[in-house]
Design a binder for this molecule. Structure first.
Ligand SMILES: [Fe+2]
Length: 385
């Protein structure tokens, strides 16, 4: 794993992490320790039909001023604006997001606008200006890692793009990882969000911004995912497995907060924004294709992935080990019953050219170890279709 002597990096990890079954019960104390007195719970429409938001509301007690439950999958600018209005009406001084990436990213975007005023579109490509409203993230899925990142992805419905906000102010102050919060996920949501975490880790290891601390986080995330994600899919109430997968997602989150990502995320953001493919599913389908695309550019990095997956055999050279990692990734997708073709998740064949063209301008591609080649990217989409 050669690192250059010229290596320079800044490592970021400002989010405090609390882990354990039942740890959400301490959320009121945590709000108090952050100086909050009026917490708004931000959650998604699906979760409002479960008892999870209510559980957080009751744990918050008189520190809770309300629940904003209008977040949708791939939440957009309009939902953020509505959330800001609710927070301002209720005088919220701290946000507690409960849910997957959409809830956490919506809360991050809301925190900017509540503090800085205006609309979210004012902050596209512009500075945030100062610390936003504090945010506590309580994930109920185990993939996005958003609970430990400075990144928010929000859909700009008018332009059909996923807008990426990347700023150190967006790190949540605290992530509460309570395995009980993830126990209700369906097998397909478990598998697909788990593959989002796997993709963060693999793309982080291969990224041009890779460095030893992020490597350590990303590679251990891969080990945990290989061991525990299948158990989570097969037996959703296995809280040991749920907890370890939740930690893996956070590890990969901290990892890619530092190393950033690669071409698989670029492609996934495009098929997500244009064709509504859920983020984890898009990543899972595209990951082995992206690894094959990058194979010649970073065989030594994928050899590390092979080692973490337990498929690097003695005597293998880097390219052989990297190939073993790609094959193992395909087998892993089958083992967790993950979709394997874009055609099965609503992407029409005639859309592939547009998707390939849009991928070349997407942010994550700029940290991919191999530059975007227009013909090869289209070929990748065709092979994944
Ligand atoms: Fe992701």
């Amino acid at each position: 794993m050669p690192y250059a002597r010229e290596l320079r990096f800044v490592y970021r990890n400002p989010t405090r992490v609390v882990f354990g079954e039942g740890s959400v019960e301490g959320v009121a104390l945590e709000v108090g320790s952050l100086g909050g007195t009026r917490a708004l719970v931000v959650t998604d429409e699906g979760l409002t039909k479960t008892d999870l938001p209510e559980r957080i509301k009751s744990a918050l007690g008189d520190k809770c001023v309300g629940v904003f439950g209008e977040v949708k999958p791939d939440s957009g600018f309009d939902v953020v604006q509505r959330g800001v209005e609710v927070a301002q009406e209720l005088g919220a001084d701290i946000l507690v997001s409960v849910g997957g990436g959409s809830s956490m990213d919506t809360a991050k975007a809301m925190s900017i606008v509540i503090k800085g005023g205006g609309k979210l579109s004012d902050y596209v490509g512009a500075p945030i200006g100062g610390p936003p409203v504090p945010h506590i993230a309580i994930p109920t899925t185990s993939g996005t890692g958003s609970e430990c990142t400075q990144i928010a992805v929000v859909k700009d419905d008018e332009r059909e793009v996923k807008q990426i906000f990347l700023n150190d102010y967006l790190f949540p102050k605290l992530a509460i990882l309570d395995p009980q919060m993830a126990a209700g996920m369906s097998p397909i949501l478990t598998a697909s969000t788990g593959m989002d975490a796997m993709t963060h880790a693999v793309e982080g290891v291969a990224s041009v911004l890779r460095e030893p601390i992020a490597d350590a986080l990303n590679l251990h995330a891969i080990r945990l995912i290989v061991e525990y994600l299948p158990q989570c899919v097969e037996k959703g109430d296995d809280l040991l497995a749920r907890g370890q997968q939740m930690i893996a997602a956070a590890l990969a989150g901290i990892g890619f907060a530092n190393s950033l990502l690669g071409i698989v995320h670029s492609m996934a953001h495009i098929v997500g924004a244009k064709h509504g493919v859920p983020h984890g599913i898009a990543n899972g389908i595209l990951l082995p294709h992206g690894m094959r695309y990058n194979l010649e550019a970073c065989p030594d990095r994928y050899a590390l992935v092979a080692e973490a997956m337990g498929v690097k055999e003695k005597g293998m050279n880097a390219k052989e080990a990297a190939t073993a990692a790609i094959n193992a990734m395909n087998d892993f997708l089958k083992r967790i019953a993950h979709p394997q073709r874009l055609r099965d998740v609503g992407v029409p064949a005639e859309a592939l050219e547009d998707c390939a063209a849009a991928t070349l301008g997407e942010l994550s591609i700029f940290t991919n170890p191999r530059p975007g080649d227009p013909n090869e990217v289209l070929k990748m989409f065709q092979e994944a279709w």
